[in-house]
Design a protein around this ligand. Structure first.
Ligand code: GLU
Length: 502
């Protein structure tokens, strides 16, 4: 059996093998990230294999959803759909001949036998067994010792049958060294003579996975621990085929804050939903990577390059990980703060479009859009907060939303001289000889305020409410600088008239 220390010498090949039955859940995304990072850190290959054998639930559309989620996360695969590779095809439905060949091999090795028991017969036996004290302990092996000639004749006669694994007598415990769980041992006696090929010729899940992993040369199987109980069964199939058993690494569950397995009940659970809520791929990858792995036990911001360099299975814990959305929000905010204006504009387009931006306008006025970034770079945790924070930058000459509380607290406040403040600021902003530049506009307003004995707060808050519609906004003069002078003046005039009737 291969061991972890071999990773220096061997060509690591890992795979992510989603069933395209829905969106990519964060648990699956973490599994994908670990496989990808492990391949990158070891100079190995990352393979994407689509396990689409469930015809009811696997759809073309779901395949696309998963590929899109992988691309969005920036997890590139070396072999798989769209990129091909030497061990393809990468859809299980296109690999049926390989399962047939593997079955033939097992027949030759005497490690499978045909079973003609009907579903009705099996149901009756199961019910009878369940009624006894010992309970049901798997198939009673009726067909295991059929005379081979009789079995062959029944097959020849077209009698429906499945193929079952002949679990060896006296096998001894099925043991493996899991890279995360450590030494694991299952008693072989309780192993059912499981079906590997169904009546219709289709492979069962455990059989198909083993055939694929073996044929694709997978060295490490990194997957969720919901598959831990499949592993001893799969090991028996490897043995039945005479193939090397890969190293397994089972990943713990991801729990919601209430200690229950993370699901839709906890809010967003799929990669697509997190994308729609304005999380950045880099932040998602960083956050999900830390759900069960750590660089050094303390570093929280870990970029892709570091992850791809430093990831190791030794630092994956078997403790369940808790999905802490507050931490994700914080982390996303850090990535937004550091991403730079151009990347921010690109990533923010869906939300900017909500505000009335168009692709043409973004192309025509890049400085305006790039200029929005410093206004909010340190104020956003998610990109879907953009409409709430930047709507006023898209109002043109209008004040589309004048917050009542701000009007009462700032503009109508007794003795605050807000009307005077607006007149003063307007006079500065209307002076066309002055550069339309944040710093000089602010300084000029401040100087005039001093002359009028208006404290900065009493001077600037009315202006803020007039221009932004609210007493809370991004930096005022930096915002004003990005707006046309006539729009700013029109807003001041409108609010002055609304509130003071002047
Ligand atoms: N297709 C399986 C799933 O989506 C994964 C199988 C595996 O990783 O072995 O759960």
């Amino acid at each position: 059996m291969s061991t972890l220390t071999d990773t220096n010498k061997m060509n690591v090949r890992v795979r992510f093998a989603p069933s395209p039955t829905g969106r990519l859940h964060v648990g699956g995304a973490r599994t994908a990230i670990y496989n990808w990072a492990f391949a990158r850190a070891t100079g190995g290959d990352f393979i994407l294999r689509i396990e689409d054998t469930d015809p009811e639930r696997s759809t073309e559309e779901n395949v696309q959803v998963i590929l899109n989620a992988m691309k969005w996360l920036g997890l590139d695969w070396d072999e798989g759909p769209e990129v091909g590779g030497a061990s393809g095809p990468y859809f299980q439905t296109q690999r049926m001949d390989t399962y047939t060949a593997a079955l033939e091999l097992m027949k030759e090795r005497g490690s499978v036998y045909p079973c003609f028991c009907t579903k009705e017969e099996l149901d009756v036996k199961r019910a009878q067994a369940e009624a006894t004290e010992g309970g049901y302990s798997g198939y009673d092996r009726t067909c295991r010792n059929l005379d081979p000639a009789e079995a062959a004749a029944r097959i020849e006669a077209g009698e429906p049958h499945v193929w079952r694994l002949r679990v060896p007598e006296n096998h001894g415990p099925i043991e493996f060294d899991d890279a995360v769980y450590g030494h694991v041992s299952f008693p072989a006696e309780v192993m059912d003579d499981m079906i590997v090929v169904r009546t219709d010729g289709s492979p069962t899940y455990n059989f198909a996975v083993v055939c694929d992993d073996a044929n694709m040369g997978i060295t490490h199987v990194i997957r969720g621990d919901d598959h831990l109980s499949n592993t001893p069964r799969q090991i028996l199939i490897y043995e039945a085929l005479g193939f090397d058993v890969p190293t397994f690494a089972h990943l713990s569950m991801i729990l919601g804050p209430d200690g229950k397995k993370l699901s839709k009940r906890h809010g967003a659970a799929s990669v697509e939903e997190f994308a729609e809520r304005g999380y950045l791929p880099d932040a998602m990858v960083n956050f999900l990577a830390l759900l069960g792995w750590s660089l050094d036990g303390e570093t929280t911001l870990i970029d892709r390059e570091t992850l791809c360099h430093e990831f190791s299975l030794e630092r994956v814990t078997k403790k369940d990980a808790v999905f802490d959305e507050t931490k994700l929000d914080w982390m996303n905010g850090q990535y937004i703060k550091d991403m730079g204006a151009a990347a921010w504009v690109q990533a923010s387009l869906p939300w900017l479009f909500e505000l009335g931006a168009t692709a043409d306008d973004v192309a025509a006025r890049p400085e305006f859009y790039l200029g929005l970034y410093p206004l909010v770079a340190e104020r956003l945790q998610r990109l879907d907060e953009i409409p709430g924070k930047l709507a006023f930058m898209f109002w043109g000459p209008e004040v589309r939303e004048l917050d009542e509380k701000s009007v009462n607290k700032v503009l109508k406040k007794e003795g605050a001289r807000a009307d005077e403040a607006l007149v003063a600021c307007r006079s500065i902003l209307a002076d066309e000889s002055r550069a339309w530049e944040a710093k000089s506009l602010e300084e000029a307003c401040r100087a005039l305020g001093e002359e009028l004995e208006l404290k900065p707060k009493l001077l600037f808050q009315p202006l803020r409410v007039a221009v932004c519609g609210n007493m809370v906004s991004p930096p005022l003069f930096e915002s004003i600088e990005l707006l046309p002078r006539e729009d700013v003046l029109a807003r001041i005039d409108y609010v002055t008239k609304e509130v003071f009737g002047g």
